[in-house]
Ligand binder design. Structure first.
Ligand SMILES: Cc1ncc(COP(=O)(O)O)c(C=O)c1O
Length: 434
């Protein structure tokens, strides 16, 4: 054996010994090793992302250090045998059938916040029985729609507004915020994957339900350090099971005994805690043969919202001037995307005054008595624009001639919104998903 091969052998032995020592060291310290590598890689990657998009984050960077990123999205598609057949459009009801896939993003404060987003086959979620969402309603949700246009293209309606509202709701219940553009991109991808579920019909659409739930499995009313953001999709038809109510007008129960929202509360946020308590009241309305609840507030019976819709009253002033009025965003009112769109459309038309001010039941009764109450309608993503025909107010029946006019305002607004949503006209509010 010459010197060179002796040296090689020695080196190999040393190397083997070193590898052996290194392996033992790694095994002994692997718990620390894993933690520091994980923390380090997350910090580097997310910091980079944050710096790149600092401007986009500025507005929404409330209390989360980081956001998840569309660029990190992973996708696991259904096996072709798992794909379900699509329902007939005529049979679609609201929120009953879901598409093949869903989006999931976990947040763990211990792991430096948001994890990578995943699109996966639709599945049940598994929660610790003490999960904060289940006990303290530490959760929030959104509702928006995708529409298949007359040109076959799929469009989202003003998704930026829903995403912003989602961040505000999330902050209110101590859940993490995120970069709204990143979630929009992930949702767009989810819809592209399930695009065949977007109904080919102008009476239907794809309802999008993003939500965030607190999943810490610990009792105690404190912030949830872990959360799950997920988004599910369902093809929907009309919102009201009784389809006549959208044409003949909705009847409302207005009872000052029930209060939906109050100053300093979360009535202007889309948190689940606002909705559970309305079920019993809605049931009372149904038992009286009425469709929905008109929510009042205060000793002067201010009109706030109807069901899960914002409320509009169209009337004629003493001087003959027509006015559309809706309650102001004073903390009692959900800042509806449709509400904002109705206001903007009507202001653009500039044919009558649009007021955001308090309106009371007394005023509505007086307008009705004087024959100056023209229309009343609700606005919302689920039901678009719903005309009101009657209010049952502590024993009085107030009839409203909303659907009796030959060219009612509610219909004009509804048609204009539909024209934008279904691509009859190109409009910046309708954002194609490709
Ligand atoms: C209480 C309440 N008001 C109003 C609305 C209407 O809001 P949007 O037009 O954004 O659907 C909703 C629906 O989300 C709601 O739940």
């Amino acid at each position: 054996m010459n010197a060179v091969s002796q040296l090689r052998k020695k080196m190999a032995n040393i190397k083997q010994y070193n590898v052996h020592c290194a392996s033992r060291w790694v095994l002994k310290h692997q718990h620390k090793f894993k933690q520091s590598v994980r923390a380090c890689s997350l910090r580097v990657k997310q910091k980079l992302g944050y710096e790149q998009d600092e401007k986009a984050n500025e507005q929404y960077e409330y209390d989360s250090e980081y956001t998840f990123r569309y660029a990190d999205l992973t996708t696991k598609l259904c096996d072709p045998t798992q794909l379900r057949s699509k329902p007939d459009v005529s049979e679609l009801k609201f929120g009953q059938i879901f598409t093949d896939h869903m989006l999931k993003v976990f947040y763990h404060k211990q792991l430096r916040g948001w994890q990578k987003p995943n699109i996966i086959p639709f599945e049940n979620i598994s929660l610790h029985p003490a999960a904060k969402a289940l006990h303290y309603s530490i959760e929030l949700f959104e509702g928006m729609k995708a529409y298949r246009g007359v040109d076959g293209r799929i469009r989202l309606f003003r998704p930026d507004l829903n995403m912003q509202r989602m961040n505000v709701s999330s902050m209110s219940v101590g859940l993490p915020t995120f970069d709204t553009h990143e979630l929009t991109k992930c949702i767009r991808r989810l819809i592209q994957i399930d695009q065949e579920w977007v109904p080919h019909s102008e009476s239907s659409s794809l309802y999008i339900r993003p939500c965030i739930i607190g999943i810490d499995g610990t009792l105690g009313v404190v912030q949830s350090d872990s959360a799950l953001l997920y988004t599910i999709l369902c093809p929907v038809g009309g919102y009201f099971s009784n389809s006549s109510s959208s044409n003949e007008g909705v009847s409302l129960l207005a009872d000052p005994a029930y209060i939906r929202a109050w100053p300093g509360g979360l009535g202007d946020r889309k948190t689940g805690s606002n909705y559970g308590p309305t079920i019993r009241v809605q049931k009372t309305a149904l038992m009286k043969g009425l469709h929905q609840v008109l929510w009042l507030y205060g000793p002067d019976n201010q009109i706030t919202e109807m069901g899960t819709m914002n409320c509009f009253v169209f009337y004629v002033e003493d001087n003959g001037q027509k006015v559309l009025v809706t309650p102001p965003l004073n903390g009692l009112i959900l800042p509806g995307v449709t509400r904002q769109s109705v206001i903007q459309l009507c202001e653009e038309w500039n044919e009558f005054r649009v007021d955001q001010r308090t309106i009371t039941m007394d005023e509505v009764i007086k307008l009705s008595r004087n024959g100056r109450l023209l229309e009343m309608f609700g606005s919302g993503t689920a039901a678009s624009i719903s005309p009101v025909s009657l209010i049952d107010f502590v024993g009085q029946t107030i009839r409203i001639p909303t659907v009796e006019h030959s060219q009612p305002l509610y219909k004009r607004i509804r048609d204009r919104l539909a024209a934008i949503q279904y691509g009859h006209v190109e409009h910046p509010w309708a954002v194609p998903i490709e």
